[in-house]
Design a protein around this ligand. Structure first.
Ligand code: SDX
Length: 428
């Protein structure tokens, strides 16, 4: 049995710290007594080696490229599940029985409408507002409409808020997009499934009925599954940090949307498509690789690299295969796919990318599929947010159901001015 403790020696002091073991993955040194016993903090910018919480939702092994949702491999869920079933799994911890799934689906379906006043709220935006700005603001505003789900101590209110967020995210996302292109907002159709309902709200126009394409719906459902959760990524950690203050679920998830928007995180899928468009042709790939290796250039290969995966992102493998299948089935030849394949091939052979263990991540190919599904580029990160809502609400509920939760409040290494006397204006 390995020693359940570690001993740290700092100058003349030694301290023994307990190891915290999970069900799998690295054990963690519990440093909660470190400052009290040694007067030292730990320093881990970006929290690369710091566990912020215990969680039973998602497990990632970055070295082996393993991703499990509640213990189920992402490859099996991608192959055999649906996004709504995965949302149930993330939320409840088990795959639903048929009766549980029917009840869950009915509940989500009957919470898809958004409050009519939200239409006025959206009208307050300029027509060219980015849909992520509209989504973030609209989700935060839900606390102004749904006062019956603001008591975070009440498990029923927590669950209803989670269902509302899962149900309304596509409605508000589609409404934001329709507003930005001057089309009338479409109400959710209860007769449709989760993904078809979203596509209908996005693309149906008054002048003609929308013919839903099963290839499109199936591809989108897969993308939603792959983006549904990912352990303590930046946006989920944001939701948990905001949630740790006792903030309501709508404010917590709105904060997650804001964090996801950054190009280093969920905004990367939009940035990848812009990068591929800028590269333009496979013959320019070599120059792009050289720019990405030149620190002075400020240019990074978007869709490459990951804080945790130092091997292939398993989601990228699945999306890459789906890319070929979707483009073939829809009869689309997208030259950007050729550029992406050439870029991947060149990068994976390049010493810099090999040494830095930079592989394509979930965002590298997703944009090409979204483009084939006629999703506008500025909606790519919104798609990520719709899917990640399942993970955000699962983590938000878990943190409130797991005993011992405390407000998140990291410390710092202070590098500012040491104490000094105030100087009167006429003496400066
Ligand atoms: C997502 O956390 C999650 O799980 C996120 C996510 C999820 O599902 O929630 O998986 C979704 O956000 C995927 C990542 C999408 N972002 C991008 O594709 C943007 C491009 N990638 C990088 O910005 C970067 O790789 C990150 C942000 C993803 C990871 O950043 P890290 O772990 O802090 O790594 P780093 O920035 O410290 O880079 C380490 C080294 C540096 O070189 P050195 O200074 O050590 O010599 O690798 C280099 C970097 O310059 N590097 C890159 C690079 N990514 C890292 N060089 C060129 N191109 C890149 N893309």
């Amino acid at each position: 049995m390995p020693n359940p403790n570690v001993t740290l020696t700092a100058a003349d002091r030694s301290v023994t710290l307990p190891l915290v073991e999970g069900s799998q993955g690295p054990s963690c040194v519990d440093i909660s007594s470190l400052y009290r016993e040694t007067g030292h903090f730990t320093f881990d910018p970006g929290f690369a080696a710091t566990a912020s919480c215990k969680s039973a939702i998602t497990f990632i092994d970055g070295e082996k490229g393993v991703l499990l949702y509640r213990g189920y491999p992402i490859e099996q869920l991608a192959e055999r599940s649906s996004f709504l079933e995965v949302a149930y799994l993330l939320l409840e911890g088990e795959l639903p029985t048929e009766a549980e799934m029917t009840k869950f689906e009915h509940s989500v379906t009957h919470h898809t409408m958004m409050h009519e006043s939200l239409k006025n709220f959206l009208r307050g935006f300029h027509y060219d507002a980015h849909p992520m700005a509209m989504l973030c603001a609209s989700i935060a505003s839900l606390s102004a409409f749904y006062h019956d789900t603001l008591d975070i101590q009440d498990p029923d209110q927590r669950r209803l808020a989670a269902i509302r967020l899962l149900a309304k995210m596509p409605t508000i996302a589609a409404a934001s997009y329709r507003y930005s292109i001057g089309w009338p907002i479409r109400y959710p159709r209860n007769s449709l499934g989760y993904v078809d309902r979203f596509l209908h709200m996005m693309f149906e126009v008054p002048s003609e009925p929308l013919e839903l394409n099963p290839v499109v719906a199936e591809a989108l459902d897969l993308l939603f599954i792959l983006h549904a959760d990912h352990e303590q990524n930046a946006s989920t950690s944001t939701v948990r940090l905001v949630g740790s203050t006792g903030a309501n679920p709508y404010a917590s998830v709105a904060a997650g949307i804001a964090a996801l928007w950054g190009p280093a995180h969920g905004g990367a899928n939009e940035a990848v498509l812009k990068m591929l468009t800028e590269i333009g042709d496979a013959k320019n790939v070599g120059r792009a690789i050289e720019r990405a290796k030149d620190k002075q250039s400020g240019f990074r290969l978007m869709g490459f690299g990951h804080r945790v995966y130092k091997n292939f992102d398993p989601r990228a493998r699945i999306i890459r295969a789906k890319c070929h299948e979707v483009l073939h089935k829809l009869g689309i030849h997208d030259p950007l796919l050729e550029v992406a394949l050439k870029l991947e091939e060149a990068a994976l052979k390049d010493d810099y990318f090999i040494e830095h263990k930079l592989y394509p991540n979930v965002d590298f190919y997703s944009g090409i599929i979204y483009k084939a599904l006629r999703i506008p580029t500025e909606m790519f990160t919104v798609m990520f947010a719709i899917a990640r809502t399942a993970g955000w609400i699962a983590h938000w509920i878990e943190q409130h159901e797991m005993p011992g939760g405390r407000i998140g409040r990291p410390r710092q290494v202070y590098v500012g001015a040491t104490p000094r006397e105030y100087v009167a204006l006429d003496k400066r």
